[in-house]
Design a protein around this ligand. Structure first.
Ligand SMILES: [Zn+2]
Length: 346
């Protein structure tokens, strides 16, 4: 009898110790996030902080339209608590294959473990007519390269924070704090720290969207306080550029550049000789200063146009990790602004 009681006590102690460890493990366990791109990874990391562990399917230097649905990605997705995609059909060639292959029901479209980051972003180039293959690789819901508008990164960060709080409500406070820090840092980089502190990021973005910011700054004698990306890009407003693919629309729109023509005759269709002749004559006629392309594309066509017309070729990453300087989202936009403004003032 006595021994049985002792045994029971020991077993009970062991059981409660085991339960304690399990509880501790649950508390320290990080949410496993898988993103399709490195930009989403960088933003999710900034918002999730130490409460999450994030992996990206694509690297920053490959073409995000064409990613192979490898079994290793399915293994990654199998363990994911949250899957985040760019959306607008950017991942149409591989997302379904990976999610199906993962057999993880929690990250299927429509589940809380699946987040489409495009939900609330500002979209450009939403076709008004029916999309056919004739148009090239045109996305029926709009151009999916929206992360190059810093405002969209701000919006995506908020969507991620909201979803993380739903999945791990106990960490809501931490996610909100991280989100505010990310948005503040972004606003300071966009408008300069002095102006962001004086006026407030939210108000500045609202005026930027209405197109009244410049007017406001003049009226309040704050023009000299404008810093950051806005100030660096302001002298280039209205400058005409050439891009390889239609991946720069959001950046160009935010900072007032104009794409005169693209090296691809249609999105996703490689440059042809006949089209390049047209590009060269447009470049000369419209006084184009530079050709912008990302490392994923062969630069032969750009170099040929440059040789015939004297424009400068700028190879610049459009994703985090696409070039070594682009270590996170803010550094990516820093890099793009720096490369473009340096080439333009050359
Ligand atoms: Zn594209």
């Amino acid at each position: 009898m006595k021994y049985t009681r002792i045994l029971c006590t020991i077993l009970a102690m062991l059981a409660s110790a085991a339960a304690g460890t399990a509880l501790a493990a649950a508390k320290t366990e990080k949410l496993q996030i898988v993103t399709t791109t490195t930009d989403l990874k960088a933003i999710a990391q900034a918002v999730g902080g130490e409460k999450v562990s994030v992996t990206s399917i694509a690297t920053g230097y490959e073409n995000p339209h064409y990613v192979q649905a490898k079994p290793s990605f399915m293994m990654l997705a199998r363990k994911a608590d949250l899957w985040i995609r760019v959306g607008l059909e950017l991942e149409i060639g591989y997302e379904e294959l990976i999610i199906d292959g993962s057999r993880n029901r929690n990250i299927r479209i429509g589940k809380p473990g699946h987040l489409d980051a495009s939900e609330k972003v500002l979209r450009l180039e939403v076709p008004k007519t029916r999309v056919t293959r004739e148009l090239g690789d045109v996305h029926p819901q709009g151009n999916p390269h929206y992360w190059l508008d810093p405002l969209n990164a701000r919006i995506v960060a908020a969507s991620i924070a909201r979803r993380l709080s739903k999945l791990a409500p106990e960490n809501t406070e931490a996610f909100e704090k991280n989100l505010a820090a990310f948005q503040n840092a972004l606003d300071e980089r966009m408008f300069g720290a002095v102006l962001a502190r004086k006026v407030g990021g939210g108000k500045l973005w609202a005026m930027e969207l209405k197109g009244t910011l410049q007017e406001y700054l003049i009226a309040r004698k704050l023009t000299n306080d404008l810093g950051g990306w806005s100030a660096a890009m302001r002298p280039l407003r209205g400058s005409k550029i050439i891009t390889h693919h239609r991946s720069w629309s959001y950046f160009v729109n935010r900072f007032g550049l104009i794409v005169a023509v693209e090296l691809e005759p249609k999105p996703g269709v490689p440059p042809s000789g006949a089209h390049l002749l047209k590009v060269m004559s447009r470049a000369k006629a419209e006084g184009v200063g530079l050709i912008l392309l990302e490392p994923a594309y062969n630069r032969k066509a750009a170099d040929l146009v440059a040789k015939k017309t004297g424009v400068t070729v700028v190879v610049c990453a459009i994703s985090v990790g696409g070039q070594k300087e682009a270590v996170d989202y803010l550094a990516l936009i820093d890099l793009i602004v720096d490369r473009i403004s340096k080439a333009a003032t050359k």
